[in-house]
Structures are given as C-alpha cells and as structure tokens.
Ligand binder design. Structure first.
Ligand code: C2E
Ligand code: CA
Ligand code: CA
Ligand code: CA
Length: 277
C-alpha cells in the first residue's frame, strides 16, 4: 500500500508512472480492440516533386480507444511488437488499406497505397502468402502496394528477413525502407535487399533549413537513392522553403504537414477534391 507507493514515487515521476500504467492497459486491450473494430486508418498523401501530383497515400493506424480517445501508433506499436499482437494488427491494416484503395479505384481514383510493416513481421515466413491472398481478395494489383519496412529499437533484423522480402518483391509488391538514415537502418540494406524506395527520415528533413548538418545529410541520402535508381521520399516537409530545397536536391517525392496531415477518409477525400495545398 502506502509503502510501495512511496518507493514508486522515488523511482518514477508521476507522469511516467501514469504513462506506464496506460501502456500496460493498452497492451492488455489491444487484441480485443482489433477484433471489436477500434482501429482506424488515416491517410497521408505522397506528392510528386516533379509535377505536384498525388502519387499515392500512406496508411497510418490509430486506435479509437473508448476511454483514452484517439491513441497514436507510437503508444501501441512497440507493445504490439512485444506481445505478438503486431501480427493481427498488420493483417487488419493491410486488409483495411486494400479495401479503401479498392473503394477509391471503384470511384475512378487510382492511388498507390503504402502500408507500414514492422521488420518483426518479416520473420513470419508465411507473410508473403498473406499478402498475396489479400491482394487477390481485393483484386488489387501488387505493383500498386508498397510495404514500408520500419525497424524499432527492439529489433534490428531486416537483413535476417531477406528471404521474405525477396518473395514479397517477386509478387510485384514494392519495398520501401522507412526512416532511412536513422540508427536502425543501414547502408547494408540497399546493397542486399530488393528495394524500390527510400524514405528520408523526418528528423533530418524537419530542420534542414536551420541546421546545415541536416541539410548535408539529406542531400547525401537523396543523391544516394536517386543514383541507385530508387524512388526517394522526403517525409516531414512542413513548409514551402523545405519543399524547394528538396526539389533543388533532386528529391522526387515528398510527404508532410505542408501538403497534408494524415487525414481520416472523409477529410482525405475533401482534400483530394480541393487539392488545396
Ligand atoms: P512513419 O511511418 O515514419 O510515419 C510518419 C509519421 O510522421 C506519422 O506519425 C505522421 O503522422 C508523421 N508526420 C507526417 N508528416 C509530418 C510532418 O510534416 N511533420 C511531423 N512532425 N510529422 C509528420 P504517426 O502516424 O504518429 O506514426 C508514427 C509511426 O508509427 C510511423 O512512423 C510508423 O513507424 C508507425 N506506424 C503507423 N502506422 C503503422 C502501421 O499500420 N503498422 C506499423 N507496423 N507501424 C505503423
Ligand atoms: Ca512509414
Ligand atoms: Ca518514417
Ligand atoms: Ca518513424
């Protein structure tokens, strides 16, 4: 009782303790939350820097929690990776994203769709079959699906999953390395893996105007990707000046709040119609 609370108070500040309890609860609730339909997809456009057109859209998951409101993925993806719930979550996201992209196609809006996949998921040797089955279910062309591979602090194992990635690539699915340039992704990837796209991490892009070091890093990453014939996406483009700097560096695709935040379906459709950016 009181004594334990006292000890805790020495170890954790109150906010971290609250956070820890919240995360514990979220981890416990996650499997049933997926089944009972509490997950939502938000969509953020990828914009061609060549002609300003929308080339595709990234699906980003949120959890509409009955008590906590809209919970962002950084608060539950790491938990899901540790508990194993990442597998049903990834299946839900893929299915929902393909369903939405098919619905847009039926309206004459043909978008490429990007889905985030934890590197951990690639250890499941059955994953390519799951993807193939889902593409068939939605009659969705494989070459319009991009899987963005992200590593977390707990896993740095993409190279161990080369087989799975190769089989996905053979299906025609496009492979993107997310957060490129951060600690968990490395140059070895782009030599060893069948990849189509690099995403330059927003931590470099966001401050490239004020931080010369960041702009040097972005320039090198863009040149590297473009020289290898890859699609290069800069994420975290928050203003017009950054857009122009990236365009001058030869970056061919951008994503960020300057053009659009991640939006729910009605707001994304409104944005598409107005193309107000
Ligand atoms: P990410 O894949 O690197 O996604 C980019 C994150 O940056 C998103 O955060 C997005 O909302 C945010 N963002 C986009 N543009 C800007 C900008 O201009 N400025 C700033 N400051 N931020 C921007 P979000 O949606 O909270 O997602 C966080 C991370 O969670 C994602 O990072 C991704 O690693 C992971 N994630 C999201 N959805 C999924 C999913 O369905 N499955 C898996 N495995 N991971 C997911
Ligand atoms: Ca991503
Ligand atoms: Ca990223
Ligand atoms: Ca990230």
């Amino acid at each position: 009782g009181a004594q334990r609370r006292g000890v805790r108070f020495l170890v954790f500040d109150e906010e971290n303790e609250g956070e820890r309890r919240l995360q514990f609860g979220l981890g416990r609730d996650l499997p049933s939350a997926i089944e009972s339909g509490q997950m939502r997809l938000y969509f953020q456009p990828k914009i061609s820097m060549i002609d300003g057109n929308v080339t595709g859209v990234e699906a980003l998951v949120r959890w509409q929690h009955p008590e906590h409101g809209l919970v962002f993925p950084d608060n539950f993806i790491p938990l899901a990776e540790r508990s194993g719930a990442i597998e049903p979550l990834t299946r839900w996201v893929l299915d929902a994203a393909l369903k939405q992209a098919s619905a847009w196609s039926a309206l004459g809006i043909d978008l490429e769709i990007s889905v985030n996949v934890s590197a951990l998921t690639l250890h499941n040797r059955d994953f390519p079959n799951t993807v193939r089955t889902m593409l068939a279910n939605w009659s969705f062309p494989a070459n319009r699906l991009t899987l963005e591979i992200t590593e977390s602090a707990f896993i740095s194992d993409v190279l161990r999953a080369t087989d799975t990635l190769t089989r996905l690539h053979e299906l025609g699915v496009r492979i993107s390395i997310d957060d490129f340039g951060t600690g968990y992704s490395s140059l070895a990837y782009i030599r060893r893996l069948p990849i189509d796209e690099l995403k330059v991490d927003k931590s470099f892009v966001m401050h490239m105007q004020s931080e010369p070091d960041d702009s040097v890093i972005v320039r090198v990453l863009v040149q590297l990707g473009r020289s290898l014939g890859l699609n290069v996406v800069a994420e975290g483009v928050e203003d017009r000046e950054t857009w122009y700097m990236l365009a001058a560096l030869g970056c061919n695709c951008a994503q960020g709040y300057y053009m659009a935040r991640p939006l729910d379906v009605p707001n994304f459709e409104k944005w598409l119609q107005s193309s107000a950016w």
